[in-house]
Design a protein around this ligand. Structure first.
Ligand SMILES: Nc1ncnc2c1ncn2[C@@H]1O[C@H](COP(=O)(O)OP(=O)(O)OP(=O)(O)O)[C@@H](O)[C@H]1O
Ligand SMILES: [Mg+2]
Length: 202
């Protein structure tokens, strides 16, 4: 078992306001961890810090370099002028690679098929529903998947079928050794993965 994430005595602030006080977490390969807590308790702040988008005020963060992150939908720029297949394809990008290989394109296609959005491939993001847009961002994360997947409330707005598809994908990538950290408010998500850990931060 390989450790994919180790956060030790993390303190996270916005200006002088402390949001996360003293938080430690270790996640191994193939492990599923759910983060729960009330609105405003700091779940998104925590996951953004793990993704490397916010700094730690103190404490240490050690993690695999190969991370995929799906932000909370409210933070997605749905007016971005791009087509679904272009957005999904950007998920294959690592370290500023400029050109896409045929293999990248195949992986993007496979991810769209897996998430049931292949028929939306040439649609503009602006024309999608909330649940469709959510699936696009999940497909984007899946096709460039590394060792650690961070999902911030990915199930909000998903219908029953899309939810089942997502959980089938999660079970598969966990079996393949990816670690997954998911923010959720929903008890049925937590029951959807056997052996998952639940951490309440509020
Ligand atoms: N960019 C920011 N600048 C200052 N304060 C912020 C910023 N983003 C969030 N906050 C504050 O930090 C706290 C934690 O916010 P965060 O978004 O992490 O909560 P959350 O647990 O994800 O909530 P929700 O369940 O509503 O998504 C809140 O009080 C919020 O108002
Ligand atoms: Mg949040």
């Amino acid at each position: 078992m390989t450790e994919r994430l180790k956060l030790t005595n993390a303190v996270i602030k916005y200006s002088e306001r402390v949001i996360i006080h003293d938080f430690s977490l270790s996640v191994n390969s193939g492990e599923m961890v759910f983060i729960t807590g009330s609105n405003g308790s700091g779940k998104s702040t925590l996951i953004k810090t793990i993704a490397g988008l916010l700094p730690l005020s103190s404490g240490t963060l050690e993690r695999t370099a190969k991370i995929s992150y799906v932000p909370q939908l409210e933070e997605a720029d749905r007016d971005f002028p791009a087509r679904v297949n272009e957005i999904v394809l950007t998920g294959t990008q690592r370290r500023g690679k400029l050109l896409y290989s045929q293999e990248d394109k195949e992986r993007a296609k496979h991810a769209m098929l897996e998430l049931g959005i292949y028929e939306l491939a040439s649609r503009q993001l602006t024309t999608l529903s909330g649940g469709q847009l959510r699936r696009v961002f999940i497909a984007r994360a899946i096709c460039g998947l590394g060792d650690l997947l961070l999902l911030d409330e990915p199930c909000a707005g998903l219908d029953v079928q899309a939810h089942e598809i997502l959980f089938a994908v999660l079970r598969k990538i966990l079996d393949d050794g990816c670690a997954v950290l998911m923010v959720t408010h929903d008890e049925s998500d937590i029951n959807g993965i056997e052996g998952a850990r639940v951490i309440n931060i509020s």
